[in-house]
Design a protein around this ligand. Structure first.
Ligand code: 0A1
Ligand code: ZN
Length: 881
């Protein structure tokens, strides 16, 4: 386990000071062996302040072998668990150090480590200090020259950032490669890879005529699953040039797929490292959603080359500077590759169903936090997704063309620099003439989810309609006083329809800056139906009481997919709420007498679903999103006043009733022949599959023998993973022999494909059966399960604890004990993963008293762990505060 600081130290944004030294250049030499690695560094330092005497470098888990200054060995230094201090240094000098490290024992997956016999690195945020002593902070940028030496047979491929300048023999069956990156970069963008890898490549040409070699490296057995990633990379380069006029700047762009990886991927300059899950895919092993994610993440990392690498963050508090912007850029890209509505709904779900929950909980923080203990804990949905929403609001307020000009100004002004969120807001303000540095900037500094209330008033006599918007901000865990909360600038897009769904005006946007504002419409002979917060124009909770009839009108006729989706959720929520109202013992005892949805509610609902199935001409991929019933977790968030068990039971009743009533039209839809081959990845084919599988899923809620037979048939017929997994998930609703047979068939087919096998673990863990917890415990001892592999941990435990609400939160508290035992073990292996896995327990406030007690007991056990990592300590202690 890593060395741990004795008392966790809080870092504050307000304490930022620029470094006392610049680094003019760095030369690194890696001598890789199976049982140790020697890192020799030569760093040229220059004081920025001549009064400073000592140089303090960060370092963790390093064994120092030697230190010299200007080639003379010195003993004027002190080493601690966290760094190296060199005493009385000259104004300008070259420091050489040699350290010993153990990548082969590094289970943290931070710094230099080994994954399936491949040496690889992960340096963001503070991993470089686990490689050598350095000024490991993003505002210290320099050029890197890197020599890697390793055994020729085991590690034929040796990679680092930039350009390959030399390679050759090093004797004793060893060889070396020398890389030089001409772009100054912070240490978090450093990367190294050594292994026996296969590669596919392609040359593409930028608009200015530069040939760029695009390369994807994988373990040899999986190279036939890399084609899609290579195509996605090429599309990303092209898109950024066409959309933002941003071209690639090196001759080579490499992506390496790694099996053991904490995050999704990493944008190291010219040498991205990816979680294998986001590179490897074939139609047999990956779903259409997997392909979509691969393209999106390849785009994300590529777009970082400008938003992140060419212009980087001054300090880690500014993380959203690169992440929010890049999330928004990848969203535009994915929308262009699919449909705007489809991609937008995906973002909306992430923000509303997950980021809002983060805002409500103990780890609530602004998009630009002002303090942290462990920066790894701040790679959050708030920094990424809410950060992306802030950029989207800027885009919405200034329009696409002005936004492009703003971005161009930002890159021109700050190319090669490490800057702040203020610098970005200033550039965008200067380009647009819209002030984003004043009241708007509070989006970066104020935590929590704003609520926008809308009241409507129609006056038949004057034929006027008034909409009153008001904004409300509740205290949060980190900003607990009402005085901490101020009004924000909230763009709200709206449009009016009549009750038959005819448009009464074009879309407009009101920018709410005050606590309350009313707008008035005249000449309306009837009360209109308002479509508010179109395209989810701001990350807020909307409170707008609309009649069920109005909501049905919006679902059927609105042209905004978000509003339709949201209206449908409100209708479903109201049906669930009606069902809960019928329960006599809503607490823990399951309902004995069957509940039923009032006939009028059901008829209207079925009418709208039938409309979607038979009359609506929305693109199929979007229609599939409307047909998918919200998860229990979403219903539970929509109905916070009810206990989980009551919501769970009512949702099951509703789903079954809907499936039974819709059986005929759904079956009719499914009996039409498929127009596309299963291995066809074209947008039309993907859309068709998504729509059909949404129908199959809905039908499966009936849980009768017909639907089991249909799902079994779909499984047996499936050629590709999209249909196979959809059928398996439908079967997974029932404890049937058909389910067992399909699961065992799935295992036989995919036991040697790690990504596909993760799905097998996840399907088991997501089954809503009382014995699932025992299955999870037993799968944890399966030979293919490894606690050192984050993907496996997330597939099995992550699915059970984060996606299987009903079983994880079983009133016995068994789920909580399972998770706290896991976290305690994981903290000794991979603290950053342990801390992430703790999030379901930290949400105890959302549950009833009995569950709260059990969750807090689990948290208390964890906070008393000895030793405990900073990562885990920060999360658990804040959740108990
Ligand atoms: N910067 C990467 C994500 C990333 C963040 C942290 C990591 O390790 C702690 C690894 C990757 C991105 O945004 O894609
Ligand atoms: Zn990113």
């Amino acid at each position: 386990m890593t060395q741990r600081k004795k008392t966790p130290q809080t870092q504050y944004l307000a304490d930022y000071k620029r470094a006392d030294f610049t680094i003019e250049q760095v030369t690194l030499d890696f001598s890789l062996f199976d049982n140790q690695t020697i890192v020799t560094s030569k760093i040229v330092f220059k004081k920025t302040n001549n009064r400073v005497k000592n140089l303090h470098l960060t370092g963790e888990d390093l064994t120092l072998l030697s230190v010299s200054i200007d080639q003379k060995e010195t003993s004027h230094y002190e080493v601690s668990d966290t760094g190296l201090t060199i005493k009385q240094v000259p104004n300008e000098f070259t420091l050489s150090t040699q350290v010993l490290i153990h990548p082969e024992k590094n289970t943290l997956l931070s710094g230099l480590y080994r994954s399936n016999a491949i040496f690889c690195t992960q340096c963001e945020a503070e991993g470089f200090r686990r490689i050598t002593y350095f000024l490991d902070r993003p505002d210290v940028m320099t050029t890197y020259q890197v020599r890697i030496e390793a055994d020729k047979t085991q590690y034929p491929v040796l990679l680092s950032n930039g350009n390959l300048v030399e390679q050759g023999d090093a004797g004793q069956n060893r060889h070396f490669a020398m890389w030089h990156d001409p772009f100054p970069k912070p240490s978090y963008l450093f990367a190294l890879v050594a292994g026996d890898l296969a590669c596919i490549n392609k040359t593409t040409t930028t608009q200015s005529g530069r040939d760029v070699l695009l390369e994807i490296y994988t373990e040899k057995a999986f190279i036939n699953q890399a084609d899609y990633a290579l195509g996605a990379l090429e599309r990303s380069l092209k898109w950024d040039e066409e959309t933002f006029n941003l071209a690639y700047d090196l001759d080579r762009y490499m992506i390496v797929a790694i099996s053991d990886f904490n995050a999704g991927a990493m944008e190291n300059k010219g040498l991205n490292l990816f979680n294998a899950k986001y590179v490897l895919a074939s139609p047999e092993t990956a779903t259409d959603k997997d392909f979509f994610n691969i393209e999106n993440i390849i785009g994300h990392e590529y777009f970082h080359n400008w938003s992140g690498n060419r212009v980087t963050c001054r300090d880690w508090f500014q993380l959203s500077l690169k992440e929010g912007l890049t999330v928004f850029r990848d969203a535009l890209f994915s929308a262009d590759m699919t449909t705007k509505g489809y991609k937008r709904l995906e973002e909306v779900r992430t923000v509303r169903d997950h980021q809002f929950i983060e805002d409500q909980g103990p780890m609530s923080h602004p998009v630009r936090p002002s303090s942290y203990i462990e920066i790894n804990n701040f790679y959050t949905l708030t920094v990424y997704e809410k950060g992306g929403e802030i950029i989207r609001m800027m885009y919405q307020m200034m329009g696409a063309e002005t936004f492009k000009r703003g971005l161009a100004l930002y890159f021109e002004r700050h190319d090669g620099q490490a800057v702040t969120v203020e610098d970005f807001a200033t550039a965008m303000s200067d380009a647009s003439g819209i002030d984003l540095t004043g009241q708007f900037f509070r989006w970066y500094t104020q935590s929590g989810t704003p609520t926008v209330r809308v009241n409507s008033l129609y006056d038949a006599q004057s034929k006027t309609y008034k909409l009153t918007f008001s904004q409300h901000h509740l205290p949060t865990a980190d900003q607990a006083n009402q005085a901490d909360k101020q009004d924000l600038v909230i763009p709200i897009a709206y449009r009016l329809f009549d009750e038959a769904g005819q448009s009464l005006c074009d879309e407009r946007t009101i920018v709410l800056t005050e606590s309350e504002k009313t707008i008035e419409f005249g000449s309306l002979s009837k009360r209109p139906v308002a479509s508010i917060l179109r395209n989810f124009s701001a990350p807020v909770r909307l409170h707008f009481e609309q009649s069920i009839d109005d909501l049905h009108t919006l679902v059927r006729f609105d042209d905004d997919l978000f509003v339709r989706y949201d209206a449908l959720h409100h209708i479903l929520k109201s049906a669930v709420s009606q069902l809960i109202g019928q329960q006599t013992t809503p607490q823990k005892t399951p309902q004995k007498t069957p509940q039923s949805i009032p006939q009028s509610t059901l008829t209207q609902l079925v009418g709208t679903y039938e409309y979607l199935l038979t009359k609506d001409n929305t693109p199929a991929i979007e229609k599939a999103e409307l047909l998918a019933l919200p998860s229990l977790s979403v219903f539970f968030s929509l109905l916070p006043e009810h206990p989980l068990d009551a919501v769970d039971q009512a949702v099951k009743t509703l789903s079954a009733a809907l499936a039974q009533q819709m059986s005929e039209p759904l079956q009719a839809r499914l009996s039409t022949p498929c127009e596309h081959e299963e291995h066809d990845l074209s947008f039309a084919a993907v859309s068709e599959r998504s729509y059909r599988n949404a129908c199959l899923q809905l039908l499966s809620y009936a849980g009768d023998t017909d639907s089991i037979a249909r799902a079994k048939n779909a499984y047996d017929q499936a050629q590709g993973m999209t249909n196979r997994l959809a059928a398996l998930e439908a079967l997974n609703q029932t404890q049937s022999p058909e389910r067992e047979a399909a699961l065992s068939d799935f295992y036989q087919r995919f036991e040697s494909d790690p990504q596909a096998l993760d799905k097998w673990f996840a399907v088991h863990a997501s089954a809503d059966f009382p014995n699932t917890i025992d299955t999870v415990k037993s799968l944890a001892t399966h030979p293919k399960f490894q606690l050192t592999n984050p993907n496996k941990v997330r597939a099995l435990y992550g699915t059970f604890c984060m996606r299987n609400l009903a079983q994880f939160h079983h009133p016995s508290g068994q789920g909580y004990r399972l998770l706290s035992d896991l976290i305690a073990t994981l903290d000794t292996i991979n603290p950053s993963l342990a801390a992430r896995m703790a999030s379901p327990l930290t949400q105890w406030q959302r549950f009833d008293d009995a569950r709260q007690d059990l969750m807090k007991t689990a948290l208390t056990t964890l906070v008393n762990l000895q030793p405990i990592s900073d990562d885990l300590y920060e999360i658990i202690s804040k959740s108990l505060a």
